[in-house]
Design a protein around this ligand. Structure first.
Ligand code: GAL
Length: 359
C-alpha cells in the first residue's frame, strides 16, 4: 500500500515537473545562464521534444543596433533559464550576397515542417544599405533546430498574382493623388499599391507564420507600404507561397501581427505603425484564416493598456494545451540589444473574447 501511494505521488510530481509554465515578463532585464540579457527580439518559441527554442533578432548594443549579424537562439527546459546558443543563422561576408552583413533580418519565425523534416525560418529581410525599401520575405532552412540555417531565397510575395479578395477592375488608379487625402485612401482601399507592386510581388515587412490545426501554414505580413495586412498561404514545404492570398483592412496600418486559434475562431493581435514607439494594440477576429476579419477593441487592460504596456506584439505562443502567451518587445532604439520582453497570459472574458491584463 505504502509503495502504491509513493508511486502515485512520484507520478504526480513527475507530471508537475514536466509542465513548464511560461513566466510573466514585464520589462525587467532577463539574464541568460551567462548573466547577459536575452538578446532575441521579434521572434518566436518552438518546442521540440522537451526543449524550448527561442529565436529572435540579435541586435547591437548601441545606435549601431541596426547592424545585425544573424538570428539568435536560446534554449531552455523550463522556459525560465535560457542558455545562449549563439547565432543559428548568420549574415554573409560575401559582397553582393542578399544576406551580406549589413542587411536587416527582423521578426524571424522558425517552424518545423513535417512534410520535409526541415526547420524553416522566415524573416523580414531588408537589403544592405537600402533602409526599409526592399521589403522582402526571406527563407532559411536547417535540419536541426539549432541550425545552422542556410539561406534559401528572398523576395517580394506572389509576383504577378492578384489577391483572392480584390475585385478586378479595368478602372485605372489615380496615382497622382496627394497621400493621406480621402481620395488617395479610397484608391489604396481599391488596391492601387497591389497593382503598383504586381510585377515585382507584394511588399512584406512585419511578419509572422501561423500554422493551423490542419497543418496548413500561412505567412501574415504588413504590405502595401505598411498600409494593408496580407495573408498568404504556404505550400506543404512551408518554404513557398502557393499564390493564394488575401488583403485585410486595406489602409488600416497594421503591423506586428501575432495569431492564435481558440474557441473555434482565429485571433490576431497587431499594432499600429509608429516605428519603435509603442501604440495601442488591435484585436482582429475571423472564422477562417483566409476569411473575413473583423476588428474588436484594444485587447490590453490595466496600466498603460493604451500603449500596449510600452511594447509591440511579436508572437503568441500556444502551449498546445489551451494556454496562450502574448509575447511583445519593449523596443529601445538607442540600444536595441537591451529591448525588453513582455510575456503575459492571454485570458478570455465571459464571451470568449481574449484580453491581456497588466500584472
Ligand atoms: C516597427 C516594426 C519593427 C521595426 C521598426 C523599425 O514598426 O514593427 O519590427 O521594423 O518599425 O522602425
Amino acid at each position: 500500500m505504502a509503495n502504491r501511494i509513493f508511486l502515485i505521488l512520484f507520478a504526480a510530481l513527475s507530471v508537475l515537473q514536466c509542465k513548464a509554465v511560461m513566466p510573466v515578463l514585464f520589462g525587467e532585464t532577463l539574464p541568460d545562464t551567462d548573466g547577459k540579457h536575452v538578446n532575441a527580439h521579434g521572434g518566436n518559441i518552438l518546442k521540440v521534444d522537451s526543449v524550448y527554442y527561442w529565436y529572435g533578432e540579435s541586435r547591437g548594443d548601441s545606435i549601431a543596433g541596426f547592424r545585425q549579424y544573424g538570428v539568435a537562439c536560446y534554449t531552455s527546459s523550463d522556459l525560465r533559464n535560457w542558455q545562449n546558443r549563439g547565432l543559428v543563422f548568420e549574415t554573409s561576408s560575401q559582397v553582393g550576397s542578399p544576406v551580406e552583413s549589413g542587411c536587416l533580418m527582423e521578426r524571424p519565425k522558425v517552424v518545423y515542417c513535417p512534410a520535409t523534416g526541415r526547420y524553416v525560418m522566415w524573416f523580414h529581410h531588408e537589403l544592405k544599405d537600402r533602409g526599409y525599401a526592399a521589403a522582402q520575405a526571406a527563407v532559411a532552412t536547417a535540419d536541426n533546430p539549432l541550425g545552422p540555417f542556410h539561406f534559401s531565397h528572398s523576395g517580394r510575395v506572389n509576383p504577378g498574382i492578384y489577391p483572392l479578395n480584390m475585385p478586378q477592375t479595368d478602372a485605372a488608379y489615380n496615382t497622382a493623388l496627394e497621400w493621406w487625402t480621402p481620395e488617395w485612401r479610397a484608391e489604396i482601399e481599391r488596391g492601387m499599391f497591389v497593382e503598383r507592386d504586381l510585377e515585382s510581388g507584394q511588399m512584406a515587412r512585419d511578419q509572422t507564420i501561423f500554422i493551423d490545426t490542419d497543418g496548413k501554414a500561412y505567412h501574415v505580413y504588413s504590405s502595401e507600404d505598411n498600409l494593408t495586412l496580407q495573408i498568404a498561404e504556404l505550400d506543404s514545404t512551408y518554404e513557398k507561397h502557393t499564390g493564394r492570398y488575401i488583403r485585410i483592412f486595406p489602409g488600416g496600418h497594421n503591423e506586428a501581427p501575432a495569431l492564435f486559434r481558440h474557441g473555434g475562431k482565429y485571433w490576431m493581435v497587431t499594432s499600429g505603425c509608429t516605428g519603435w514607439d509603442p501604440n495601442e494594440a488591435r484585436l482582429l477576429c475571423a472564422d477562417s484564416v483566409m476569411g473575413e476579419w473583423t476588428q474588436l477593441p484594444n485587447p490590453c487592460r490595466g496600466e498603460n493598456a493604451a500603449r500596449t504596456f510600452n511594447g509591440q506584439s511579436a508572437y503568441i505562443y500556444s502551449d498546445g494545451q489551451g494556454g496562450f502567451t502574448f509575447m511583445a518587445d519593449i523596443w529601445r532604439p538607442k540600444n536595441l540589444a537591451d529591448s525588453r520582453h513582455i510575456w503575459l497570459p492571454i485570458q478570455f472574458d465571459a464571451d470568449g473574447i481574449p484580453y491581456i491584463q497588466a500584472p
